[in-house]
Design a protein around this ligand. Sequence first.
Ligand code: ADP
Length: 365
Amino acid sequence: KDVKTDKELVLSGQDNPTKDTENLKELEESTNDEKTPDNDRMVARNGTVMSKKKIVASLRGVDEAAARQILDEIVVNGDEVHWEDIAGLEEAKKSLKEAVVYPFLRPDLFSGLREPARGMLLFGPPGTGKTMLARAVATESQSTFFSISASSLTSKYLGESEKLVRALFQLARKMAPSIIFVDEIDSLLGTRDRDGENEASRRIKNEFLVQWSNLTKAAAGKDTGEDVQRVLVLAATNLPWGIDDAARRRFVRRQYIPLPQRNTRRAQLETLLMHQKHTLSEVDFDALLDLTRGFSGSDITALAKDAAMGPLRELGDRLLMTNKSEIRPLKLKDFVCSLRYIKPSVSQKSLARFEEWAKVYGSSG
Ligand code: ADP
């Protein structure tokens, strides 16, 4: 894997042969002839070294400190997620490929009527793989991935947030193809009458909507010289009903990410147990799948981690003297024990609410 030191950031999206790399080319050539200090370096997936300082300097009308903060904290580096790391969710993957990945990789095929959407919403219960999907989309579409949690915009960065939002969109345009992933979007685009919506958060929300509209307008015009067609706002929420009507309509696609079905739970458990000694038979697996009905993906990960501790727990202090090869394999009973503490985190009631919302506002099924 292409993991860099924390001083470096891995940018993707510069190695796509079909891409018009004009913008980044300038930056790349201008930095190759001199030594770029470590904390100023950005390394693209194809190994190209760029200077953050020069990227920032190339932006117009953007607060430099904010842009720098985006490059340091918001652009995601290393640790790529690929489609095959995500169990199940075939429908969501298919929809994301069609809406984002193919258009980003083959912009020549996706113009005019086939122009890609500029906003997509992933909604569903917590821990079902929304963030993983967003990361996989960025990897598979070879895009620069900007990941920000909306609640940090309205808390941690409050005061700086408007500048940050402006810098975020400018950088995403400069470094296109780009995915702007906004987690907990409901806290940014919540309904107006929501408790606690103060003047500051209203301003950030407006700035976000304005920048997003500008993107759409720029994409409609031809002469920007930027690759705005390939900048997408991908958002996730566990509270889709908290998004205000106008904002919701801007997400042309709204993809439901449901709790994992039996097959998906099976695939995930198999992956989790792949490198673990265990004695689970087909019959045990079936029993386990019955027992994990209603579990989210993250509940299943938590359960498997806890169960894997079973063989060590029963050793107590003897663990310190036991050879690794003598540790007994994992059994169904370890899972059964862990099920006493690890319970499904999504209630039937809230599940029903998601299903209902999906029926009314979802893009499919
Ligand atoms: P969300 O964004 O929907 O709240 P995440 O994508 O952050 O959920 O998933 C949380 C964790 O749960 C992941 O890091 C992973 O361990 C596990 N997980 C959730 N869904 C899946 C899945 N479909 N396949 C594999 N792991 C999953």
